[in-house]
Design a protein around this ligand. Sequence first.
Ligand code: 1GP
Length: 262
Amino acid sequence: MNLKGLLVPMWLTKDKDIKTNSTYHQIIKSIAEGQKGLAVLIDPDKMMLENVPDFVQKLNASIATYIFVGGSSVDDFATEALVIEIKKHTQLPIVLFPGDVTQITDYAHAILFLSLISGTNPEYLIGKHIDAVSKLKHSNLDVIPTGYILIANGKQTAVEKVTRTKPLSREDIPRIVDTAKAGELLGMQLVYLEAGSGALHPVSVDIISAVKKEVSIPIIVGGGIRNTQQMESAYQAGADLVVIGTAFEDDDRFFDKLRKKT
Ligand code: 1GP
């Protein structure tokens, strides 16, 4: 597929070297074709391996387009075992959404190389990334630099605790927009607006639409999205990809509301 043959955003025409079989290419191709993405987040600490076949079968029958795997605190090797098991049951791209270096496995297709740009903890801005290099340089993973922005949602979340950073205020939209723009200017290929897993309030539509006006890289939105209405609102405000985890953990009958149209 020649990228020039597609209606691609301006920023992609600047001689970016994007492998046509990469997960990132798939993301931007879907956007160019006007499709929204849905990532189902699976936490290795919460998913039992014996439950994977049934869960992934339901996931395959839904509109989900990606599987994200990761958590804030995960036992060593649990991620790899989970990815291997998931891969037996689906063709969907598996994207690592790692809380730590131990969660990197070459069995996945891609990794969100997250820099927590809403905070000022150097470990999560650049430190863990350096630690990850020895693993990444020998892997085939599609490494996607991602500006990760934590936004306050009404309660403290695991990301805040683990990273020891403060989320940005949900009221301070100019600051959130400038943070996202700074990420884009630094060369990040995705921006992830995160309310935190199990958030009381998802990222607001006002925040999403303000960021959308200012940045041209794809926007991921996650945290606290529990129903199709919240998902659709995020899409309409400008989210290119929505991530949902807890709602499926609580009740996988949520997949029934997201069935693929045949
Ligand atoms: C968390 O954005 C993801 O990192 C998903 O959040 O578990 O609340 O859906 P939920």
